[in-house]
Design a protein. Structure first.
Ligand code: TYD
Length: 144
């Protein structure tokens, strides 16, 4: 399973750091929604779903957290600990976010508005969908 982590370019100077993200140029889709999680309670696991078509970039802009990605065949754990790194998550990829530090702020850039009908919240259903292969590329994405 290919994990795509973007390293954004910080514009640093003696005053500190600044990161600018432009849709399509720095982010491989049109950004229609931004949301973020903070004050996450210790021990909580968030996410626990996949999407039928949504693409996302996760950026832990403060603190740290872990993301478990699962394409139905393989699982990988990715640590997010720098505000300049972004984890790309394609559609048909089960994700779980956990081990949030107390100060963690996890920001998500999403390719579409919030549509409950785009969610796959049942893991068995997710496995059925990816194993039947009817959806296309099983969560892989190659930005090149
Ligand atoms: P939820 O889907 O449980 O978050 P996660 O899967 O990342 O742990 O979302 C929590 C609540 O926020 C739920 O009531 C739906 C709402 N919500 C929105 O209204 N808009 C959004 O863009 C998102 C992601 C969630």
């Amino acid at each position: 399973m290919q994990v795509i982590k973007y390293m954004f370019q910080p514009h640093g100077d003696e005053r500190g750091q600044l990161i600018a993200l432009e849709e399509v140029k720095d982010i491989p889709f049109i950004i229609k929604r931004v949301y973020y999680m903070y004050d996450t309670v210790s021990g909580v696991v968030r996410g626990k779903h996949a999407h039928k078509s949504l693409q996302q970039i996760l950026i832990c802009i403060h603190g740290t957290c872990k993301v478990r990605l699962d394409n139905g065949k393989e699982k990988k754990v990715i640590m997010l600990e720098k505000p300049y790194e972004g984890l790309y998550i394609a559609h048909y990829m089960w994700r779980e976010m956990y081990d949030f530090s107390e100060d963690a702020v996890l920001m998500v850039l999403a390719s579409d508005y919030y549509h409950e009908d785009d969610y796959i919240r049942d893991y068995e259903e997710f496995l059925r969908l990816v194993s039947s292969g009817g959806h296309g590329d099983e969560g892989t994405y190659d930005p090149t």
